[in-house]
Design a protein around this ligand. Structure first.
Ligand SMILES: Cc1cc2nc3c(=O)[nH]c(=O)nc-3n(C[C@H](O)[C@H](O)[C@H](O)COP(=O)(O)OP(=O)(O)OC[C@H]3O[C@@H](n4cnc5c(N)ncnc54)[C@H](O)[C@@H]3O)c2cc1C
Length: 674
């Protein structure tokens, strides 16, 4: 065999088609040299977890599997720290045992040195720093439970090698789903530069290590979370860590309400789950560098880009995915782009009141967990010019708030400071300014005492139309499998609109790709045709979410001309400054709108405020604020509502796949392992 990092065509799981030719599932193996001579039935395997061995899988059959430096071992590790015969795994009557064979540097299982250790699925074996995962079928005595390989029979993609760049909420969800659906048929490695090692675990870096965690609260629709395996749902939605602030709507399945949950909490819980799946998911706490990793990518079947909206890997492969076009989301030839100020607050209003006030206008949006969350304020172009930072040498700049948003936190001196760049939020230094007084009016609208504003950030709302989400990055060659690349999550469709939909679209894209990859395949390698359904789902998500988002950015005037909502808000502010409004009439009109929305929501939200409470609240607000809220108009519920994209239309869930029989000429039988 060409690759000497590990020797043994006796053990490595291979892909052999009807002609007996290996289709490069085993890197470096040639067709002629590959023959399956091990046991017929594979019930347990070890898989390399890093370096040259990553993703390579070795079956454990009737005779012991040896590890060592000498060439006559089954798994040869050419490293001087490894003894000539270092360790072995052998099958005993009641399971598999790893035994240290008197090595100089020891054998470790799950971080503890062992002499002999009975293995359980998911155990991690370390030999002089070379790590292997041990996998066993749920019932190792049931030969039908996992994967059966017989000589000369096709197993199209025995072990799918998948790299995920970016382990945010979407990348982690995708990896967990795929591991759940494919079991030992997949080897996933996932990179994130915001992680670090902590003993045998990988965890998020701390604040003082430059990782500012996002405390934004996201609303996940039941259409998405009910499609996740129960174990993920149970791990995400723990008592006290989510609320059901918003009513059921068109995206609610079986009347299960959307759930509010913090992004940082989602990330923590998903990474915790991924740490428990180390036999299938290798967590790499490093940034992914597409250029440096070129050779590695070429050995993978799949590269999934989940790096968020400012993805370097996407930029690297930009020409493959085609040019984005903003004309659908522009006016008069210019892309419409809103700047939203994110105010981290604790509101004292009850959730039903906050929902009502949010839906009744287009200037402010509060999304929170028990009142704590972000109050988003859509800025006018004039305000956007003022929403800047100031650095220690008193230069103003748009970074931290606009181009590269950071979180600027309240200091003891009452300033909002970016600890990474040591800069301040300028408007908060100019407390007497009209801009800052409008921020304070927003706080008053949502019952936020000024001391409950603890941080500010910003983000842009704008959109482009993407031509493709799935492409072949590298063609298949005699030594590489042909690598397909995918954009998921914000890297595919950054849809931070009004209201936020980004994560829902991201979860849907992750579920879609995982289902697509897990489907049994007829061919011997991945082809464009395998992703027809996933690409269709991505197009549907783009169409549905972006066209809806667009109608939260622009609105038609009475003459039928589209206008940006931010410009209508600017008009309201100008009229307020000129005194061109009638406060009593405006309150009456806003009350009429609020009561009409309340009546619509009453069957879906308990505890909505009565007329007297609403009227009393409006009376506390300034005339210019009421006027601006009124003319900004209410949410366009006709367009926000309506049919939603359902992945099940094109890609059935795993419970349905269970019933799909293997093709009759296959001796490969695949069942869910979890
Ligand atoms: C400031 C802000 C506020 C938001 N507020 C809301 C909201 O209120 N409601 C809502 O629904 N949605 C909101 N969103 C959107 C929501 O957070 C996103 O849709 C969701 O987080 C997307 O998940 P993702 O995994 O695709 O991307 P991200 O969450 O951006 O995760 C990408 C991950 O990839 C990592 N990464 C990037 N580059 C590399 C690399 N080269 N190598 C390795 N790792 C890399 C990053 O460290 C990050 O952890 C907000 C987003 C932002 C930025």
């Amino acid at each position: 065999m060409a690759n000497t990092a590990i020797l043994t065509n006796k053990l490595e799981l291979v892909s052999i088609d009807a002609s007996g030719c290996d289709h490069a599932v085993m890197a470096g193996a040639s067709c002629a040299s590959t023959t399956w001579t091990g046991d017929d039935t594979v019930k347990a395997a070890v898989v390399g977890l890093h370096g040259d061995l990553a993703g390579r899988r070795f079956a454990i059959g009737g005779s012991p599997v040896t590890f060592g430096r000498d060439n006559d071992n089954d798994i040869v590790i050419p490293d001087p720290s490894v003894s000539r015969l270092h360790a072995e795994i052998r099958q005993e009557a009641d399971g598999y045992v790893v035994v240290d064979r008197g090595s100089s540097n020891g054998t470790w299982v799950n971080g503890a040195a062992i002499a002999a250790h009975r293995l359980r699925s998911g155990d991690e074996i370390a030999i002089a720093g070379h790590r292997f995962g041990f996998e066993m079928t749920a019932d190792a005595h049931d030969s039908s439970a996992l994967t059966t390989v017989r000589p000369g029979v096709m197993d199209p993609v025995s072990v799918l090698r998948v790299t995920v760049s970016g382990g945010g909420p979407v990348g982690l969800t995708f990896a967990l789903l795929l591991a759940d659906m494919m079991g030992p048929r997949v080897a996933i490695r996932i990179y994130n530069g915001r992680w670090k090692r902590d003993g045998s675990r990988v965890v998020w870096k701390e604040h003082d290590e430059g990782n500012v965690r996002r405390q934004q609260v996201v609303t996940i629709q039941s259409r998405q979370f009910l499609k996740l395996p129960q174990a993920i749902q149970d791990h995400l939605f723990t008592p006290g860590n989510y609320t059901e602030m918003w009513p059921t709507g068109p995206d609610s399945i079986n009347d299960v309400a959307p759930r509010n949950i913090r992004i940082a909490y989602i990330e923590d819980r998903l990474l915790d789950l991924a740490n428990r799946k180390r036999a299938q998911i290798e967590l790499i706490p490093q940034p992914f560098d597409a250029e440096a990793a070129h050779d590695e990518i070429a050995k993978q079947h799949v590269l999934v880009i989940c790096e968020g909206s400012r993805s370097r890997t996407f930029s690297y492969f930009k020409s493959k995915f085609g040019a984005a076009d903003f004309t659908l989301y522009g006016l008069d030839g210019e892309q419409v782009s809103d700047l939203v100020l994110g105010l981290r607050v604790k509101s004292l209003l009850p959730d039903p009141m906050a929902v009502l006030l949010t839906v009744a206008q287009n200037r402010f949006l509060l999304n929170s967990l028990n009142g704590e969350g972000f109050l988003n304020m859509r800025l006018t172009d004039e305000e956007a010019k003022e929403a800047v930072g100031i650095n220690p040498i008193r230069q103003t700049f748009t970074g931290c708030i606009q181009s590269e948003p950071c979180l600027l936190e309240l200091s003891p001196r009452g300033e909002f400071v970016c600890s990474t760049h040591n800069t301040l939020f300028l408007p908060a230094l100019l407390r007497g300014s009209a801009f800052w007084s409008r921020v304070e009016e927003g706080l008053a609208l949502f019952g936020v005492p000024s001391e409950n504003l603890t941080a500010v950030t910003g983000f842009e709302l704008n959109m482009v139309q993407r031509p493709r989400f799935s492409v072949q990055l590298f063609p298949r060659t005699p030594t590489s499998p042909g690598t397909f690349g995918f954009l998921l999550g914000d890297a595919a469709n950054a849809i931070h609109f009004w209201p936020g939909r980004g994560l829902n679209s991201g979860l849907a894209s992750a579920i879609s790709l995982a289902r697509c990859l897990a489907k049994p395949r007829k061919g011997t390698t991945l082809r464009d045709a395998d992703f027809v359904r996933h690409e269709a789902v991505m197009s549907m998500l783009q169409y549905r979410h972006k066209s809806r988002a667009w109608l939260q950015m622009v609105t038609a005037d009475k003459d039928g001309n589209f206008r940006a909502i931010k410009d209508i808000i600017a008009q309201g502010i100008a009229e307020g400054e000129e005194g061109a409004f009638d406060r009593d009439a405006d309150i009456e009109a806003l009350m009429a709108r609020l009561t009409q929305i309340r009546d619509r929501l009453a069957t879906r939200i308990a505890g909505l405020p009565d007329d007297a409470t609403l009227q009393a609240h409006l009376e506390t607000l300034s005339g210019p604020l009421i006027h601006t809220l009124l003319i900004s108009d209410q949410w366009d519920t006709a367009n926000v509502g309506g049919e939603e994209v359902d992945i099940d239309w094109l890609l059935e869930g795993p419970q349905l796949e269970l019933a799909v029989p293997a093709p009759s000429n296959h001796a490969v039988r695949v069942a869910r392992t979890s």
